[in-house]
Design a binder for this molecule. Structure first.
Ligand code: RNT
Ligand code: ZN
Length: 413
């Protein structure tokens, strides 16, 4: 079906495909830099990942340094339409200085800000509270050791300043998300003391008001080796965000029980706070961080954002890392899937469906919701790609394979 024919079909349901395409083009997706090198970062040539998260697979060609990662990101971004942002971790500093996490500074991230300016994109940021010797017994901000807590508080305070610097250069706020792995492998004797320490550390981190940043905290149910208890649980951070106006709770789709979905939680948080940052991921039996596919939950997340008119308030970030497939393909296909889900949401006749619910016409809502699933949204998607000057979903793999052949295959991991 041609785009024109598809557009007419959608129009008969009151949906403007032109508007959907132009809205989609402007939805920022914050792309996780860490897919490119299996979350190793640049300290000491890259650290093995720890903190209860894991990359698995050894597909050849991972980026080994900043030049390679930047080259891979530029190439991946050249195959993704719409508005991209780049999400960095503090462990990706680019510097000649000898500096540990508690002494990182703006100067160590200028190269990234320059890179982003060249690409015409904005940056988001994350303190890195894992893969480091100062993570003692899997504890950072909630450690019983004051020097450990102080070290990580300082790291987080500096991370916020770096994000504030990014925002001053890019003309849009930089989201700074804090995730700490803190927890215990087996049942603790005291759950409250570590939580009170985490709370106190967060208060120290967020006591300084900085311009241009959106602070968030990310909860989790458990990590590998941290099965019994996570200090920063969902309730802990919900209440923290509820009681701190400028700190938001981030929802990671892999951080809940296997049948629990974040799509259902979006409206609950949007009822209370201005912003809602997301880590869109794909858990497979655990927080496995598979690359997102166009599945029911991804579409449900996108629909909740669009239906609630929350495109400005929900900060969409991706968080996955698969080392078993070509990493450029992981980026490109994952981001495109997020965009497809958003397009599907934008093509939903929501203004027709909402009154059905309000007038208790659940039969029409049920029948029409199913009927619109067969509308030719793929023609609209291909039109979006064509207007963005992008290869379609079949051609794009050819471009990725050429880069793999010419660039990635020369790297010995
Ligand atoms: C870990 C969290 C966290 C990390 C990234 C690298 O479970 O999801 O967000 O994945 O920051
Ligand atoms: Zn996450």
């Amino acid at each position: 079906m041609s785009y024109r024919e598809a557009a007419e079909r959608f129009a008969s349901f009151g949906i403007d495909t032109e508007k959907a395409i132009s809205v989609l083009k402007n939805i920022p997706i914050s792309v996780n830099c860490w897919q490119g090198d299996d979350v190793r970062g640049f300290e000491n040539g890259g650290q093995d990942l720890s903190g209860g998260i894991q990359t698995t697979g050894n597909y050849p060609g991972r980026a080994r340094n900043s030049d390679e990662l930047m080259s891979d990101i530029s190439f991946a971004f050249s195959l993704i339409g719409g508005t991209k942002r780049l999400n960095l971790h503090a462990s990706y500093l680019i510097t000649d200085r000898k500096c540990d996490r508690d002494s990182i500074d703006v100067c160590d991230f200028v190269a990234w800000a320059d890179f982003a300016a060249d690409l015409g994109i904005a940056l988001d940021f994350n303190p890195t509270l894992f893969s480091h010797p100062m993570v003692k017994n899997n504890l950072t901000l909630s450690s019983p050791e004051k020097d450990v807590r102080d070290f990580w508080v300082e790291h987080c305070r500096r991370s916020r300043k770096i994000a504030s610097y990014f925002s001053s250069r890019q003309g849009s706020p930089s989201a700074v998300n804090l995730w700490a792995p803190d927890g215990y492998k087996d049942y603790p004797a005291d759950r409250l003391a570590p939580r009170l320490r985490l709370k106190e550390s967060l208060d120290r981190i967020y006591s300084e008001k900085l311009d241009g940043i959106i602070d968030s905290v990310e909860s989790k149910t458990f990590g590998i080796g941290l099965e019994a208890f996570t200090v920063g649980s969902n309730e802990f951070y919900s209440y923290y965000a509820a009681t701190h106006e400028d700190v938001y709770q981030l929802l990671d789709s892999g951080h809940y029980h296997p049948t629990e979905v974040i799509s259902e939680k979006l409206s609950a948080l949007l009822a209370f706070k201005k912003y809602l940052p997301l880590h869109v991921s794909r858990p497979m039996r655990w927080d496995s961080d598979h690359v997102v596919i166009l599945d029911d939950e991804l579409i449900a997340i996108a629909k909740e954002i669009v239906r609630n008119d929350a495109l400005e308030r929900v900060k969409i970030g991706l968080d996955y890392f698969d080392a078993s497939i070509n990493r450029i393909a992981a980026w490109v296909v994952g981001v495109r899937n997020m965009q497809k889900a958003l397009l599907l949401a934008l093509l939903e006749p929501s203004s027709r469906f909402k009154p059905m619910q309000e007038s208790y016409d659940f039969t029409s809502l049920f029948a029409e919701s199913e009927a619109v699933k067969t509308l030719e949204w793929s023609s609209v998607w291909n039109e979006f790609l064509r207007r963005e000057g992008m290869p379609d979903d079949f051609e794009v793999l050819g471009a990725i394979r050429r880069y793999e052949h010419e660039v990635l295959s020369g790297r010995n991991a």
